[in-house]
Design a protein around this ligand. Structure first.
Ligand SMILES: *Cc1c(COP(=O)(O)O)cnc(C)c1O
Length: 406
């Protein structure tokens, strides 16, 4: 297996110190930048000068020095040439897809993706003349069969939200490239655990709102890829990030820069705890799904592509069959057992629980939910790392017993 160590890579890039030698970078909040010589300004507009060409900055919707630091760290972590941070995960996904796809083009997407992405591809993009076909996440042949001469992109998550089906990134990269398409991967659930670009993906997108930031206090996204593609996104005439304008705030960039170095430690701990809880639930006979369990249908596939020291991630599901049962269990786990909080999102240090069908996947129709294998009683649990692990296991055990699920 090709092994990539993102923790090492972070510091392989130029380390950025603060203006006065601070160990943290300075926050550059200026919206606009001055030049000594007026002739520099037209050169920046023409792209002759820029952040990498003489350290010239123009205006913070274009490039900003603090955001630029985060972008370089992300690219190093991901093993891509460059990255660009955005104001949200959705703007990262939308800008990347809109940069590649024009009116008349087509996308083949996994059917087990975040509800917002499903709505973007299934409802919004068709209004702009870009269509999508959704296929089973773990079925490479279905992806290939759905490709048409108009297809420009294959889009998938690695561990799909919320069914936790695993996509074969290497196989999909090969299919995409055989048909002159780009493979765009949303790696929000699996940072550091999986390095999609190393496995052949062309573009990696993130909601940094989740694990990468990890503190539940910012909305942020990122697009990682080849330098040429990132420059296209920032192009003054056609750049989707430049012209649609989902610009990150430099203060947010600074916060994420401070949290990126302990992402690896956090991922390991989310994974360690999720694995221990999933194993115990399985012993009890609970209807648990977790990619680290050998009972998971794509366990062997994920084992093969994972950077194993980070584990199998912090997400697990319990199929309570009905929404009522899932709500009973969540209520007991929050209000009686103090196991976690009823809230959407993930990657937080406390455990967050939601019933996907009626929350983060509610944009997806009941028929489509059924087709993607999403039960109305599927409880998605994003395991946190606060509290004593043994006590946490006892809390969830009691919750399941009280609900009659074991
Ligand atoms: C949350 C999420 C998004 C959307 O990100 P925002 O930061 O909320 O815009 C996209 N993909 C996945 C997998 C997510 O979990």
């Amino acid at each position: 297996m090709q092994f990539y160590d993102p923790e090492q890579a972070i510091w392989r890039v130029k380390r950025e110190f603060g203006e006065h030698g601070g160990v943290t970078p300075s926050i550059e909040r200026s919206s606009t930048f001055t030049v000594l010589d007026p002739s520099t300004m037209p050169d920046i507009f023409k792209g002759i000068r820029g952040p990498e060409k003489g350290g010239c900055f123009l205006y913070s919707r274009h490039f900003n020095p603090t955001i630029d630091v985060l972008d370089r760290y992300l690219a190093a972590m991901e093993g891509t040439e460059l990255a660009v941070s955005t104001a949200s995960g959705m703007s990262a996904i939308a800008s990347a897809l809109l940069q590649i796809c024009h009116n008349g083009d087509h996308i083949v997407a996994s059917n087990t993706i975040y509800g917002g992405s499903h709505a973007l591809l299934g409802d919004l993009l068709p209004e702009m003349g870009v269509s999508a076909t959704f296929v089973e996440a773990a079925d490479n042949q279905a992806f290939e069969a759905a490709i048409t001469p108009k297809t420009k992109v294959i889009f998938t998550e690695v561990v799909g939200n919320p069914t936790l089906k695993v996509a074969d990134i290497r196989g999909l990269a090969k299919i995409a490239h055989d048909y002159d398409c780009l493979l765009v991967v949303d790696n929000t659930f699996t940072p550091m655990m999986i390095s999609p670009a190393i496995l052949g993906a062309d573009i990696v997108v993130y909601s940094m709102t989740k694990y990468i930031n990890g503190a539940g206090d910012v909305i942020a996204g990122a697009i990682c890829g080849k330098q040429e593609f990132i420059y296209d996104l920032m192009d003054l005439h056609r750049g989707r990030v430049m012209l649609l304008g989902p610009t990150m705030d430099p203060r947010v960039a600074f916060d994420i820069i401070q949290r990126l170095p302990h992402l690896g430690i956090r991922m390991r701990e989310h994974s360690r705890r999720a694995m221990a809880i999933a194993k115990r639930l399985q012993e009890l006979g609970a209807p648990v799904t977790y990619p680290g369990l050998s009972s998971h249908p794509q366990h062997h596939l994920i084992k093969e592509i994972i950077n194993e020291e980070y584990g199998y991630g912090g997400m697990l599901t319990i199929d309570c069959k009905t929404r009522e049962k899932a709500e009973d269990l969540m209520s007991i786990l929050q209000n009686e057992e103090r196991f976690g909080f009823i809230a959407v999102s993930l990657g937080y240090y406390d455990t967050l629980m939601s019933c996907s069908g009626s929350s983060t996947s509610s944009e997806i129709s009941p028929e489509e939910q059924n087709r993607m294998g999403l039960s109305p009683g599927l409880l998605r649990i994003a395991i946190g790392f606060t509290g004593n692990l043994q006590a946490r296991i006892e809390q969830i055990e009691r919750g399941l017993k009280k609900t009659g699920l074991v």
